[in-house]
Design a protein around this ligand. Structure first.
Ligand code: ADP
Ligand code: MG
Length: 602
């Protein structure tokens, strides 16, 4: 590595400035980035008290000469850029020359280092920005950075630090994420002497994602691949049925750097549109390789956000690559929530109507249900025809609906059959009725669960014969004491299992036969973690809706006549009109409309 120098003010001023030392995890991130830039093949992170007492990062990288170690703790001291032009061609994780000096200002910092061809090493120490000292040190080749007593002299910031477990959770997440970005480096994380994480260099294929998604889920992932205009996209996504309620389990990497990007999220969501319910997200990661001059990483102090020079190209390649990965998965698009299409939603110029492989299916289903035809005589009734809800009187005298109770209404129904294994078709006194089997069943279960909660304040738990174990990051496990009581009330009993797993011990009886109890529990945890604290009622609604959704009959599932009959009877007795997500459970295509379509009426 070239020598460290202090950046002249005119370059230093062009660098996105901001606080990089927020908490132990941000320090670990900066130190790991330095070790990566130093070409390390093995990096060990050791913590005491969640990093509050000590963070030690040791690497086997190229090390620092005496004069470099001296400069490294100064502001704007870097070996990674020299002039302005370099700012447009950043190929290293760091470039600001600020991390070590900022860390040295808020802790007792020591850096001990030896390049492998030097006999002697050196150590520099700084205590809260004061008393810089350099001494000779006998040490292995590579670099060891120790950060002690973080914020000890700044009580306001020290008090802000969270419990040991919480800080550890954040750090573990950073180490795991970087280990996925740099699969050839061995990362180790130890907390108070205990090993928390050890990466597996050389992992191939989807298994590369195990530190973030767990060993089980990675086996189900679909590969994503694409290339265009010197941009490479690769990665893995879970199939739609494994979607989570939280977007936190998907990761983007740009030239190996973990990043946040609204643009990439939009492309991913758009590609999944029609495959998953609204507000559910895939698990996985996408790796983009872009020429350094095609992207600006100097827009965010912690380098988490980037600016692409040609966002449309990036959007398109990600969108198409993900969509190709999903092709072949047959889903009835019309059973899923439809989001408004078009460039308005994404704010991008791309023509999404053309790109949407489901647009045809959606148009057909809309035509059947009659949306978008304000003049249709049955429009007033379009969502009203469900048990207990008498359709509004039509404006057409011929088809005026008589007052009757819901049960009577359904008495006259004749089941015609099932459409696309997803909708029940029935003939009713006013026309053709379509019932969304999943939405209807979900609405019934949801209503019953609500009743049970109202009566007994909890749902019955049924212990599982074989507890199911799922991977969760330590950050979530640290929050289990808050999550468990809420879930227990809903009949879901979970407990920590090791430092990165959770065991599901019991679920409510109606979910006991569900084959994916750990997935359900995992989704419930996501929902609790993502819900605004003050909205307890909303949270219960959300959790019950999620359980109802999991236990309800799915779309694309064959039903026998008796089953359809039973479902309609339940619909009558529970008197539901909409599923918990707000979708109607039934639609009616009135006789007037049918006649108009066949040219029998104007
Ligand atoms: P930046 O990474 O933005 O250059 P830092 O303050 O993080 O700034 O580090 C300053 C300099 O110290 C780096 O440019 C690099 O030359 C040197 N350095 C820091 N950590 C290491 C390390 N682990 N191994 C070798 N050199 C290092
Ligand atoms: Mg750095």
């Amino acid at each position: 590595m070239s020598k460290i120098h202090i950046l002249p003010p005119h370059i230093a001023n062009q660098i996105a400035a901001g606080e990089v030392v927020e908490r132990p995890a941000s320090i670990v991130k900066e130190l790991l980035e330095n070790s990566i830039d130093a070409g390390a093949k093995r990096i060990r992170v050791e913590l005491k008290d969640g990093g509050k007492h000590l963070i030690r990062v040791t690497d086997d990288g190229i090390g620092l000469e005496k004069e470099d170690i001296d400069l490294s703790v100064e502001r704007h001291a870097t070996s990674k850029i020299i002039d302005e032009a370099d700012l447009n061609l950043i190929g290293t994780m760091g470039f600001r020359g600020e991390a070590l000096s900022s860390i040295g200002a808020v802790s007792r910092l020591s850096i001990t280092s030896r390049p492998y061809d030097n006999i002697e090493g050196w150590q520099v120490r700084v205590d809260f920005g004061r008393d810089k000292k350099i001494v000779a040190a006998g040490c292995p080749s590579g670099t060891k950075v120790e950060v002690q007593d973080l914020f000890l002299e700044i009580p306001a910031r020290r008090n802000f630090l969270k419990r040991r477990q919480t800080e550890l959770g954040h750090i573990s997440q950073i180490v795991r994420t970087l280990s996925v970005g740099f699969p050839n480096i061995l990362f180790e994380l130890l907390s108070d002497g205990r090993e928390i994480f050890r990466s597996r260099p050389g992992c191939h294929g989807s298994q590369r994602l195990w530190p973030l998604a767990g060993d089980k889920l990675v086996l189900q992932m679909l590969p994503v691949k694409g290339e265009s205009m010197k941009i490479l996209v690769s990665g893995y996504v879970t199939p739609p049925e494994e979607a989570r309620a939280s977007s936190k389990s998907f990761y983007f990497f740009l030239n190996q750097r973990p990043i946040n990007s609204r643009l990439l999220w939009k492309a991913l969501n758009q590609a999944f549109r029609g495959f998953t319910m609204k507000n559910s997200y895939p698990v996985g990661a996408l790796f983009l390789e872009v020429q350094p001059d095609q992207v600006d990483v100097n827009v965010h102090p912690a380098k988490q956000e980037v600016r692409f020079h040609d966002p449309d190209v990036i959007y398109r390649i990600v969108y198409h690559s993900v969509q190709r990965a999903l092709e072949g998965i047959k889903v009835i698009a019309s059973t899923f929530e439809k989001t408004p299409a078009g460039s308005k939603e994404t704010g991008l110029s791309i023509d999404q109507q053309k790109l949407d492989i489901f647009s045809d299916t959606l148009q057909v289903s809309e035509a059947v249900s009659g949306y978008g035809e304000p003049s249709s005589p049955w429009q007033n009734q379009k969502t009203a025809l469900t048990a207990g809800t008498v359709p509004q009187a039509s404006t057409d005298k011929d088809h005026q609906v008589q007052e009757s109770d819901g049960a009577d209404l359904w008495c006259d129904f004749r089941i015609l059959g099932q459409l696309a294994k997803s909708y029940i078709l029935a003939e009713g006194p006013h026309g053709l009725v379509l019932i969304d089997q999943h939405a209807a069943h979900e609405a019934i279960i949801f209503k019953r669960l609500n009743k049970q909660i109202a009566q007994t304040d909890s749902l019955n738990a049924q212990p599982l014969v074989f507890p199911e174990v799922m991977e969760r990051n330590p950050q979530d496990i640290a929050k289990l004491p808050e999550i468990c009581p809420i879930l227990t009330r809903l009949g879901v009993v979970i407990e920590p299992f090791g430092h990165s797993q959770i065991a599901v011990r019991a679920v409510p009886d109606f979910l006991a036969s569900c084959s994916k109890t750990s997935q359900v529990a995992s989704e419930l945890i996501d929902r609790i973690l993502n819900f605004p604290e003050q909205d307890a009622k909303g949270l219960v609604h959300d959790l019950l809706a999620s359980m109802a959704c999991h236990s309800a009959i799915k779309a694309n599932h064959h039903l026998e006549l008796q089953e359809m009959d039973a479902l309609i009877k339940e619909l009558v007795s529970e008197q539901v009109t909409h599923c918990p997500h707000g979708r109607p459970v039934s639609q009616i295509l009135g006789f007037n409309e049918i006649e108009r379509r066949f040219g029998r009426k104007q």
